[in-house]
Design a protein around this ligand. Structure first.
Ligand SMILES: *Cc1c(COP(=O)(O)O)cnc(C)c1O
Length: 376
């Protein structure tokens, strides 16, 4: 019996927001850039990004990535050599799917063994080797950790290659300067508001950038590529967020600071109670935890099974990494990725969710200590 499930989604219950739902119905604006979407975007800019730059809301982060990649690589559309997207293998499937949907082929890069962020030195090696074939860099801010975006500015300028940032788990994470991760980026930065993320709406995504012209293009692309007179002038699809979706996100934004703080306390409990695990090294000043990832030196699968037998559900993100999955392997350029393979074999994720208490985290830590003692 699972006493401690890995995941408990906690979007704001809209059954308690009947007035707001009725207002949407009365407005007769259900989608297509309605007022709830407009307010949400402005609140993101004001409340998370210090009033700098802009945001567009999208139906989910995967669609946000797809339109951002399509826009970033438009200038290579007629260049058959530019077909590669540099992506870490240690990420969620959506990053690579988004590239494949844009007719690009993943070229997997390595991660840093401590921060688990994409390894920029390896990215530069790949650029040396594949230079003219690379159409875009798609770094993932691993588990909400902060990428050094200044470094990506320099790489982008040196190699004349665009950057799209997968920051799916980064809402609430602070960079080295203490600002919301992504702040000030001239590249598009894409965040998820999926029900399983710490910023739990139902479905939803945010694309942030300081480049407002870029956001204007993405907004048009998210609505079939229509210009003001409903003539298609670019690639398009439907990536818009509904008004009810925007309401769910706006309600979460109002409570989000306390969500992040609560999750930080749970992770602190794990860190204190489990000195035998190795933690991801933070590169910024704060992480918004979707769960608590760690490296174990035990036999990982035995440990996961022993925990499950004791009622604690663990996960093993990201194992297998993308390059080890046949579907992606057949459609990518293979490189040697020893750090990624070792990390993915050792990684475990401990439960972190809004409805857990610090006592729950301490109890899970106790179960894990017992499981480790018995197995060694
Ligand atoms: C969750 C996630 C996504 C996709 O987000 P959706 O909003 O569910 O589309 C993309 N990349 C990474 C790394 C993720 O964890």
């Amino acid at each position: 019996m699972t006493k401690y499930p890995f995941l408990v989604s906690n979007p704001v219950p809209l059954s308690t927001r009947v007035e707001e739902l009725r207002a949407i119905e009365q407005s007769q604006r259900f989608t297509n850039f309605g007022p709830v979407n407009d307010r949400l975007q402005q609140r993101f800019v004001d409340e998370l990004f210090d009033g700098r730059g802009g945001c567009i809301a999208v139906a989910n982060a995967t669609l946000g990535l797809m339109i951002a990649i399509r826009d970033a690589t438009m200038r290579f559309e007629r260049d058959p050599r530019r077909r590669l997207a540099i992506i870490p293998s240690f990420t969620f499937a959506a990053t690579a799917h988004a590239a494949l949907w844009c007719n690009l082929q993943p070229l997997f890069c390595e991660v840093d063994p401590d921060t688990w962020l994409p390894d920029e030195r390896h990215i530069e090696m790949l650029l040396e080797q594949y230079g003219e074939q690379v159409a875009v860099l798609l770094p993932y801010a691993t588990f909400g950790n902060s990428l050094d975006l200044g470094r990506y500015d320099a790489i982008a300028a040196k190699w004349d290659v665009p950057v799209v940032v997968d920051a799916a788990a980064s809402l609430g994470s602070k960079d080295a300067a203490g600002r919301q991760f992504g702040s000030g980026s001239k590249h598009p930065v894409i965040y998820s508001m999926h029900a399983t993320k710490s910023f739990a709406a139902h479905e939803g995504g945010i694309v942030y950038s300081e480049d407002l012209a870029l956001l204007q293009r993405l907004r048009q692309m998210s609505n079939f590529g229509f210009d003001a007179s409903r003539v298609v002038t670019m690639h398009g699809m439907n990536a818009k967020l509904s008004e009810v979706g925007a309401l769910s996100a706006a309600e979460k934004l109002s409570e989000f600071a306390s969500v992040v703080e609560h999750r930080r306390e749970l992770v602190e409990t794990y860190h204190r109670e489990l000195p035998m695990l190795q933690w991801q090294r933070p590169a910024g000043t704060a992480l918004a935890y979707q769960f608590c990832p760690a490296r174990t030196h035990e036999r990982r699968n035995d440990l996961v099974a022993a925990m499950a037998a004791r009622g604690v559900e663990l996960r093993t993100y990201f194992d297998p990494p993308l390059h080890k999955q046949e579907f992606f392997a057949e459609r990518s350029v293979s490189t040697e990725l020893p750090v990624t393979e070792k990390l993915s074999r050792n990684v475990i994720s401990l439960p972190v969710h809004d409805l857990m208490s610090n006592e729950d985290a301490a109890a899970i830590a106790q179960v894990l200590r017992e499981a480790v003692t018995l197995s060694s």
